[in-house]
Write a protein that binds this ligand. Structure first.
Ligand SMILES: Cc1cc2nc3c(=O)[nH]c(=O)nc-3n(C[C@H](O)[C@H](O)[C@H](O)COP(=O)(O)OP(=O)(O)OC[C@H]3O[C@@H](n4cnc5c(N)ncnc54)[C@H](O)[C@@H]3O)c2cc1C
Length: 421
């Protein structure tokens, strides 16, 4: 009797899940890859969709297309709702899937630190829908301001608050400043978009806390030179439809954007296991689940330590390294071999500040300013999937660099704008 190949079920086609699938390309296994979306999203460029520089299709690719040549992989679009680790079954909205090996790579979601109500008011940036919602909110604020009949209301609508001074907050603040001061500068008749106020609020003492002090100060100085109000050591106390409250007072705002934190997908609840404060599943040195050597958790959903005991950061490169490792480990196990424990290699940190500056920390290579921005652009184009996307993004950036234009300025899926009172 022919023995069937081991069934590997991979949850999530993000950076980690895709890498696992590819690493199993030559293995004698039957892969089922499940994602709630039909595309893989390049999250590092989501802020460019949110600020109308790129279109969603420039940073996302159909999963089926990416894996069209990998015959041992079958893709299903459905949402995971639970996992029975003992019965070896994944539950989804489309029914159960049995597995011999399971890889959980469902990433992270926005976290409002107990203020879940703020999600409606201050969208975070995690999915394509979030990016188009933020784009809608930013562009609609300018449209409503043009209609406003009252100075205070106009001023409120032209105030943009970004909560969280990590790379996403810094990137959003710089990009919104450019939208207001350059892209839209001459497009309105009753308002002057250049008068918009962009406020970046950070609870901690400095921006970009995972970067060096020097680069953190550089980011602050660059944003201030672009006309952004940077407020550090300023935790947000309350957030409502018309603005935010800080200990130092109230800021009325037309758009509030959340860039202050994420937590892991609910995998720890699905498998009822130990997790850290960010909801990440605590895994063994080979990324398997304690007591289950056929179940692995990787990427933003996993709590892993590096060789010196520091937590592995929630970065695309970390998720890819984990994905590749687990793919190779399963391929080895299938033929009766094993691999040494996972070792994380930090490949560096990058953040861009507007269209002319970035900070880059890659071991001994420390860059900032325009040269840093050139390096950041090259790296992001290199990591995009597909020749078409690389070409489109490179040309779009070059065009907007020369002209200050942003082509994706569409307000979609929104009811007609009511005049501001
Ligand atoms: C705005 C932003 C900017 C970033 N910038 C950078 C950067 O510059 N550099 C960097 O290295 N990292 C960056 N990151 C972090 C990086 O994107 C993540 O670390 C990386 O995506 C983690 O990979 P992952 O495979 O764990 O999860 P993801 O890539 O998030 O993939 C998770 C997948 O699981 C799917 N999924 C989730 N839940 C379910 C479910 N219930 N059922 C089915 N499918 C599900 C999702 O649709 C998704 O496709 C950024 C993240 C964000 C949000």
């Amino acid at each position: 009797m022919l023995q069937s190949s081991p069934r590997v079920v991979i949850l999530g086609a993000g950076f980690g899940g895709l890498e696992t699938t590819k690493a199993l390309g030559r293995a004698q296994v039957e892969i089922t890859l499940i994602d709630r979306e039909n595309y893989h999203c390049f999250q590092p460029l989501l802020y460019q969709v949110a600020t109308a520089a790129l279109s969603p299709a420039d940073i996302a690719w159909p999963i089926r297309h990416i894996l069209r040549r990998q015959k041992n992989a079958t893709v299903f679009m459905t949402e995971v709702t639970g996992i029975d680790v003992r019965a070896r079954v994944v539950h989804t909205k489309a029914g159960p899937f049995s597995f011999d090996f399971l890889v959980i790579a469902t990433g992270a979601r926005n976290s409002y630190f107990g203020h879940d109500r703020w999600a409606e008011i201050a969208p975070g940036l995690k999915r394509i829908e979030d990016a188009t919602r933020i784009r809608r909110s930013i562009l609609s604020s300018f449209e409503k301001a043009e209609l406003a009949r009252d100075d205070a209301e106009r001023k409120r609508l032209l105030t943009f608050v970004i909560i969280g001074g990590g790379p996403t907050g810094v990137e959003m603040a710089g990009a919104i400043a450019e939208v207001a001061r350059q892209t839209l500068a001459r497009d309105f008749r009753r308002i002057d978009p250049r008068t918009a106020r962009i406020v970046l609020i950070e609870a901690g003492p400095r921006l970009l806390p995972t970067f060096s002090d020097q680069h953190s100060s550089y980011a602050r100085d660059t944003l201030v030179a672009m006309g952004v109000d940077v407020m550090t050591s300023s935790p947000v106390l309350e957030c409502d439809e018309r603005g935010v409250d800080l200990a130092s007072g109230r800021i009325d705002a037309g758009s509030v954007i959340w860039a202050a934190g994420v937590m892991a997908s609910p995998a720890a609840q699905w498998i009822s296991t130990e997790h850290d404060r960010g909801g990440r599943v605590v895994v063994c040195p080979d990324l398997s689940l304690q007591g289950f050597n056929n179940i692995f958790v990787i990427g933003d959903t996993a709590s892993v330590k590096d060789a010196s005991g520091r937590p592995v950061p929630g970065l695309a490169s970390a998720a890819k390294q984990m994905g590749k490792y687990v793919g190779k480990l399963i391929a080895a196990r299938v033929v009766g071999q094993s691999l040494p424990p996972f070792r994380y290699r930090h490949e560096g940190s990058l953040a861009t500040i507007g269209r002319r500056a970035a900070v880059v920390e890659l071991g001994a290579l420390q860059l900032r300013g325009f040269i840093g921005w050139m390096f950041w652009s090259a790296v992001h184009i290199y990591f995009l999937i597909g020749i078409r996307n690389r070409f489109v993004v490179a040309i779009t950036w070059l065009w907007s660099y020369v002209t200050f234009k942003r082509g994706a300025r569409l307000i979609t899926e929104v009811p007609p704008i009511a005049p501001a009172e």
